[in-house]
Design a protein around this ligand. Sequence first.
Ligand code: HC1
Ligand code: SF4
Length: 577
Amino acid sequence: MRAYINNKPFDFDEEITILEAARKMGFFIPTLCAFQPLNHTPGTCAVCIVRVIRADGQELTLTSCKTPLEDGMHVDTISSAVKKLQRKQVELLFADHEQDCVTCGRYGNCELLQLARNLGVKSAQYTGKFTAKRTVDTSDLAIQLDGNKCVRCMRCVEVCSQLHGIGALRIDNIGTSAGVCVNQADKWIDSNLCVRCGQCIMVCPTGALMARDNVEQARELLEDEEVITVVQFAPAVRATLGDAFGLLPGTNVEKRIITGLKMMGANYILDTNFSADMVIMEEGTELLGRLNDPQAKLPMFTSCCPAWINYVEQHIPELLDHISSTRSPQAVMGSMVKTWFAEKIGQDSSKIRMISIMPCTAKKVEAARPQLAKDGVPDTDLVLTVRELARLFQSRGIDLKTIPDGEFDTPFMSQGTGAAVIFGKSGGVAEAAARTLYHVLTGGEVNSIPFHAAKNPHAFKEAELELGGKTLRIGVVYGLANAHEVARQVLDGTSSYDFIEVMTCPGGCVNGGGTFRKRGKYLNFTEQRFEALEKADENCVYRQSHNSPMVQQAYREFFGEPNSHKAHKLLHTTYDN
Ligand code: HC1
Ligand code: SF4
């Protein structure tokens, strides 16, 4: 079959939409709702309209994302008449769009604004002509919705269903009042479906979905001379923050983050990698205990991903006995800072404010768990996402591209091993635990674990390790739809694993819902971010958590040994059922 797009012939023998065919020929048709990474073409924004003349002479104006190309069809995607129609669609999208662009969290990164520029929209001539008021919901600790910026593209609805099988979102109302809202709850904070992963934010083309903004509070704390600010930053932050400053994807900015935080007034800067190593000691010991106890629940699942914990509590509580009781590295750091660290620096913990920089939106909710507070005071006082840290730096003119490297200068809790830095990529926690279990069970040391592509269709990677006469089977999973299937296998008694790592976000924390996202892109820099963490692992003096001198010091001086009574009290937790 042959059709003509902008007078150029296009031969095809399978069904193809006009949009796909035009893209294959290099003709750009603007779209807002169509989103290739999710294979999502709902046809709701109607920006991709084109003119066609069918083989029988019928002339039509159609959306190109939904219309199959036909034999003998002539398509016009680029004439001034067509561009005018597309421009009109974008102007209509602006008709009741909340245009507080300068203060919008999506400033500089908005797909709608870019489209308007590209199509030459000069004045928003319909603005204010329609006054539909859609849902504005700022109730939640992690996710904020401004329905007046929603363009009904439904990408958020799709990612929540496709990746997680959750369906926490839906489109409410009809006509100009239509907009996204949470399912089965009046307010986001009451949603028992949403796990606060923030992946919906990562695909939203505008500022309709954003993380709660705590930048101002962070600035106030950092400038407050009455308090001692201790800042920790997560493994993945060093591999993702640079994107926001125009550095090459995967640039490791660990040392520049230290400088930037010092410039902002932070009193102490600690590395979440240290507490990730502590987690391996606690979780690894817990796993060994379960493997040696015929009554214990196996397999054991990791517990450091807060959206995964939310999912288990909200969606499959019958799995809770299989979840490690070890707190996440964020929480371990918070707990240790308000105890051992306070002792070490000779200060009362009430003067300390713990700020945590995470690639994750769910960490904001984790920090507010009553289980992670002492006498009602949270161990972690404030959580900023990577995007917020970028805004914090930018608000003081700190440019990551030009500032010099800094060094951690606290002689404890500030250094991690290679095993810890790989926590930020899917498979890293399982690998870190396996490096230490190898040592405990064989006396030897390994720098890496031979994972292979998973045979289980719902897993990402697997490993089988022969350790001192035992075979340890490890599974690595991401995405909650996958995790749900693997959990079902466990509950049905058909799982072959002993230990399972689950990360909610695709590829793990490097693609967390709090990371920087490039306009119109999704998961594009996974490879570079993985490489950054792998290289950091290789460059570490110590590659296994048990070999960290700072971890050894913490057990020697404070906890005694892993899983001790004190360690249980301060480094483990309980879950809501
Ligand atoms: Fe993660 Fe974790 S790896 S959960 O992805 O266990 O957010 O980076 O900080 O707490 O260490 C996130 C990353 C992070 C915790 C660690
Ligand atoms: Fe779904 Fe995650 Fe968004 Fe909640 S935060 S609506 S679970 S994608």
